[in-house]
Design a protein around this ligand. Structure first.
Ligand SMILES: NCc1[nH]cc(CCC(=O)O)c1CC(=O)O
Length: 295
């Protein structure tokens, strides 16, 4: 998927500036997050794993831009780096790949679902407390193979990733954002670069999608205000409508039984502040014990 995303960024940059392919060199780094696939992200140290090595090369000048799934980016970036552009966002929803039934609600009693996302685990339990959720990581193909081998009844993946890999035919259901809210920044590809690199900023300005930038900035600010620890299931989704941005966020306990939801809207220019306030509000309402009990 990383390669598909890098190609998409390169193709958009080529088209926007009329540049030939030879002007770009794609450097592929496998990261710790890709190599360790038998434990959940929370267990092995969280989101930074995907980005650490790329960021070192970005800071040193070996790379000019890094292309990431925005969802995998920590809220705090290393000094001197920023998320300078977002490509137009893909579908934000989660998809079900069901083996014994197409939809979560139709799975057999006590069915096993593979997912290592704490948010998906909690949201699955909110809908179906009887479902046994097991940790399930690795590349999409590995997960699909485990599903076919009968290790689980179903698994959940981001629709955006499946689309980028050209694997939508495996999907048996798509979950609505209202009942199954996505992770902050899901479906968005971001470009990270050095702060103040005028040459690169000029190149990136023409591929940045402003509605995606504002919406994802709002969602990431929400996550940051909640201290974005990847041990707490957090969902957050914003979208732009004209000059307005609308946001809804949720924190939920891993068993899916307790939750706090928030909605907010305002002017797009205040998108990040809106997300921050929504995060602070939910934090105040939930109280510190909501987080303590589960981390
Ligand atoms: N954590 C892995 C990851 N990071 C981004 C995506 C999907 C693509 C996206 O959300 O942009 C995925 C896989 C998944 O959640 O199914």
């Amino acid at each position: 998927m990383a390669l598909a995303q890098a190609h998409e960024a390169r193709d958009r940059l080529m088209a926007a500036h009329g540049l030939p392919e030879e002007m770009f060199e794609i450097v592929v780094l496998s990261t710790k997050g890709d190599r360790i696939t038998d434990r959940s992200l929370a267990e092995i140290g969280g989101k930074g794993l995907f980005t650490e090595e790329l960021e070192q090369q970005l800071a040193s000048g070996d790379l000019d831009i890094a292309v990431h799934s925005a969802k995998d980016m920590p809220t705090q970036l290393p000094e001197g780096l920023c998320l300078s552009a977002y490509l137009p966002r893909e579908d934000v929803r989660d998809a079900v790949i069901g083996r014994t039934a197409p939809k979560l609600i139709d799975l057999p009693q006590g069915a096993t679902v593979g997912s290592s996302s704490l948010r998906r685990q909690a949201l699955i339990r909110r809908i179906r407390p009887d479902i046994n959720v097991i940790t399930f990581r690795g590349l999409v193909d590995t997960r699909l193979r485990k599903l076919q081998e009968g290790k689980v009844d179903a698994t959940l993946l981001a629709l955006a990733g499946l689309k980028r890999l050209g694997k939508v035919e495996v999907i048996t259901d798509i979950l609505a954002v209202e009942t199954f809210p996505p992770a902050p920044a899901q479906g968005a590809i971001c470009i990270e670069s050095r702060i103040g690199d005028a040459r690169i900023d000029a190149l990136l300005a023409s591929v940045n999608d402003a509605p995606t930038f504002d919406a994802v900035s709002c969602e990431r600010a929400f996550l940051a205000a909640l201290d974005g620890s990847c041990r707490t299931p957090i969902a957050g989704y914003a979208f732009c409508e004209g000059d307005q941005v609308r946001f809804s966020g949720l924190i939920i306990t891993p068993d899916g039984r307790n939750q706090h939801a928030v909605t907010a809207d305002g002017h797009r220019r205040d998108a990040a502040a809106l997300g921050t306030r929504a995060g602070q509000e939910i934090r105040a309402r939930a109280g510190s014990t909501f987080f303590d009990d589960w981390s």
